[in-house]
Ligand binder design. Structure first.
Ligand code: FES
Length: 146
């Protein structure tokens, strides 16, 4: 490889590095949590947020939960030490299933974006997501279904 070609290749690599880094930090793997249902609550163990590898425990930012009561998954998002929000992953514009990543929910159909509390950030959607009240009891997160 000649000098000019080498510098061009390295330059392109350096330009791409911040983008690759941003992409990797926004890519948290999708995990469907196990849950149970009791009365009108979906129950998710807090341990579903744990990732145990060898002797190290890290924590997921969010998990998805499926329930027969809703046509779309619910995203349970950790927003604070003991705070979780639960939002239905159904876009309020025309009903596409949302993606989660980079601290937002985004719609692959027409580009709407929502924050992790279900609020609209970017249209065309003009209504917030359906959300569910959450509470913590005995090492479990309870999602109150309506
Ligand atoms: S269905 Fe989500 S933006 Fe249109």
């Amino acid at each position: 490889m000649d000098r000019k070609k080498f510098l061009k290749t390295c330059g392109m690599g350096l330009i791409g590095l911040p983008f690759a880094s941003a992409l990797l930090t926004s890519c948290e793997s999708i995990y469907y949590a196990t849950s149970s249902i009791k009365n009108n609550s979906l129950i998710v163990p807090l341990s579903e947020f744990e990732i145990v590898k060898k002797n190290t425990t890290t924590y997921r930012t969010f998990v998805l939960v499926k329930t027969s009561r809703e046509d779309f998954p619910i995203c349970l998002y950790k927003t604070g030490d003991h705070e979780y929000t639960a939002s239905l992953m159904k876009c309020t514009h025309r009903g596409c299933e949302l993606n989660v990543g980079g601290g937002i929910y985004s719609c692959p159909c027409h580009g709407s974006e929502f924050d992790t509390k279900g609020g609209v950030l970017e249209g065309p959607a003009d209504q917030d997501l359906k959300t569910f009240k959450t509470s913590i009891q005995n090492e479990n997160i309870y999602i109150e279904l309506s």
